[in-house]
Design a protein around this ligand. Structure first.
Ligand code: GAR
Length: 203
């Protein structure tokens, strides 16, 4: 598949938690939008706020528990992505690591958002890592997903100052405001064919 498409793009959002990035994406790409729409939300926890938020936006939501069985999760997720004809997958607060086989299958068609200026501070507690490192600015990155953890090519980064006396919660909240701008911008750039991931991206 090559972007841009000659029809509205179909997006899926994978989320594990409250879903504020899902809200930003669903607002930017609503049902019936001529450019792109979120057509599926997949939560790996039944209590993910993202699932009820999806319903509020009129977007089909499915709970697919991850449990200890990643293979089963990925088989079910793959089947749903095919059923809903999804073009681009957006991980938004999805706190599980997908297999190399899955990320290879969706290479160039799967994005993640992370609350740091990657390659700095990958993995968990990125804001805490930034404060511990004493950096004067941090931010967020939307990147293509590859087989590593937070290692794929960056599509959009937005910067946020780290203020004297910042707490982890305060910094996280300030970064989150930028995440809500960065994710729709990154999706637009990918769908318009302005950025591609590396080898195999559009096989
Ligand atoms: C966001 O800050 C996102 O960047 C982060 O989880 C939060 C989810 O918030 N993701 C990661 O840390 C992934 N490594 P949300 O559920 O309100 O979108």
């Amino acid at each position: 598949m090559t972007f841009p498409l000659e029809r509205p793009a179909r997006l899926a959002v994978f989320a594990s938690g409250r879903g504020s990035n899902l809200r930003a994406l669903a607002a930017a790409f609503p049902p019936g939008d001529p450019f792109a729409s979120v057509v599926l939300v997949l939560g790996n926890r039944r209590d993910a706020g993202a699932l009820s938020l999806a319903e509020a936006y009129g977007v089909p939501a499915r709970a697919v528990p991850f449990g200890g069985d990643r293979d089963r999760f990925e088989r079910e997720a793959d089947a749903l992505l095919r059923t809903f004809g999804v073009d681009l997958v957006c991980l938004a607060g999805f706190m599980r690591v997908l297999s190399p086989a899955f990320t290879a299958r969706y290479a160039g068609r799967i994005l993640n958002i992370h609350p740091s200026l990657l390659p700095l501070f990958p993995g968990l507690h990125a804001q805490r890592q930034a404060l511990s490192a004493g950096v004067r600015e941090s931010g967020c990155t939307v990147h293509f997903v590859d087989a590593g953890v937070d290692t794929g090519e960056a599509v959009v980064q937005r910067r946020v100052p780290v203020l004297p006396g910042d707490t982890e919660e305060g910094l996280a909240e300030r970064i989150l405001q930028e995440e809500h701008r960065a994710y729709p911008e990154a999706v637009r750039r990918v769908l318009m064919g302005q950025v591609h991931s590396g080898v195999g991206a559009h096989a």
